[in-house]
Design a protein around this ligand. Structure first.
Ligand SMILES: Cc1cc2nc3c(=O)[nH]c(=O)nc-3n(C[C@H](O)[C@H](O)[C@H](O)COP(=O)(O)OP(=O)(O)OC[C@H]3O[C@@H](n4cnc5c(N)ncnc54)[C@H](O)[C@@H]3O)c2cc1C
Length: 326
């Protein structure tokens, strides 16, 4: 079994905040078990970045110079060859999209035990390494040990460790790594068919609204939807919806209220064309005042409503518009 602790640095920013936090943690683990900490980097050489890695606890830097833009499969192949040369005891990787992908591939190649999304890493009283992570819907913190494997790996979430300066520059060594096997390895194992850019949407905090307007399937067209949004804005209300309207593409999934959506506890909830299915109502059980608009006087939502309006949505919106503009 190897002895080193390896930190795989980010493919874009190899001395980024997240990496430095992990380097610091690796340093403290290394001090406990008398291991060296090696930072594996791929990219443009930069003295300042190297200094940072030493300052926060690295003993060695293994660096593969890549001045061209490179992709993840390429990055993984280079890192895999570096790991093969070092055969470390522990590998720590930032829990980013690329980091997780790299860790998953390395763990199968090297038959390493891998714990994802670690929030702590330490040795127990018998000197065995364990990784801590949230489990069972975040209800418990599990301590995980890797058994029957020579390399123990963990992906580490950002901000769970605090970076600390060690200034080990004097002891630091830098090894330039040359990777030759790119093309044949890339074409053997990867074929990129298409790149689809994913738009990362910021999660909406629908719980921050004190007033909400809820859209149900009774809202049948875009014009009505836009009227509701416009009145909501004037009244300082947020807009949420039932699963039915999410499925119809009327509203974002992030705004779905109910069993398979979110729970909200506004001061006032006003529904437009919502039938009141139990799977929806469970999400508004903490609403203080429920107002319901529905053409069907037998709609289940009226059993829960503090104020019931048996009427057409459009008619109620006409009145609301007058109030909002007054
Ligand atoms: C496992 C599971 C999980 C689920 N999770 C959720 C969840 O998280 N959230 C959720 O909302 N649902 C959830 N559902 C779906 C739920 O059972 C209902 O199907 C859904 O809530 C119905 O949405 P709705 O009230 O908008 O539509 P509908 O039930 O179709 O109701 C539309 C209402 O609009 C009224 N209406 C029609 N036209 C007008 C008009 N012009 N003016 C006024 N009123 C009008 C109708 O009388 C009717 O009552 C889940 C279901 C399952 C099985």
């Amino acid at each position: 079994m190897g002895k080193d602790i390896v930190v795989i640095c980010d493919s874009q920013e190899y001395d980024g905040e997240h990496v430095l936090q992990i380097i610091t943690k690796a340093r403290s683990l290394g001090d406990k078990c008398d291991s060296k900490v090696s930072a594996l980097c791929v990219g443009h050489w930069d003295d300042g970045k190297a200094d940072n890695l030493f300052r926060y606890g690295a003993d060695n830097i293994v660096f593969c110079r890549q001045d061209q833009r490179f992709d993840t499969p390429y990055f993984v192949e280079i890192i895999a060859d570096m790991v093969k040369q070092i055969i470390p005891k522990i590998i720590l990787v930032p829990a980013t999209v690329i980091g997780k992908m790299t860790a998953a591939i390395l763990s199968t190649r090297f038959e390493a035990g891998l714990t994802a999304d670690c929030i702590d890493i330490d040795f127990d009283e018998t000197g065995e390494l364990y990784f801590s992570r949230a489990a069972i819907n975040d209800s418990v913190i599990a301590k995980i040990k890797c058994i029957n494997c020579s390399i123990m790996m963990g992906t580490v979430k950002k901000d769970v460790f605090i970076k600390k300066e060690y200034d080990r520059r004097e002891q630091g060594t830098i090894e330039e790594f040359t990777y030759n096997g790119i093309e044949e390895k890339r074409s053997d194992s990867w074929e990129v068919l298409e790149r689809i850019e994913k738009e990362v949407k910021k999660d909406i905090d629908i719980n921050s609204y004190k007033k909400v307007f809820c859209i149900g399937r009774g809202v049948k067209n875009k014009e009505t939807l836009e009227r509701i949004y416009s009145i909501a804005e004037k009244c300082g209300a947020g807009v949420v919806g039932t699963r039915a309207v999410v499925e119809e593409g009327f509203i974002d999934k992030a705004r779905q209220v109910g069993q398979s959506g979110k729970s909200i506890s506004p001061h006032i909830y006003v529904s437009f064309g919502v039938s009141g299915a139990s799977q929806h109502m469970v999400g508004i059980k903490n609403a203080e005042i429920i107002v319901a608009v529905n053409t069907d006087k037998n709609a289940a939502i009226f059993d829960y409503a503090d104020y019931s309006m048996v009427d057409n949505i459009e008619a109620v919106l006409n009145e609301l518009e007058k109030i909002a503009e007054a």
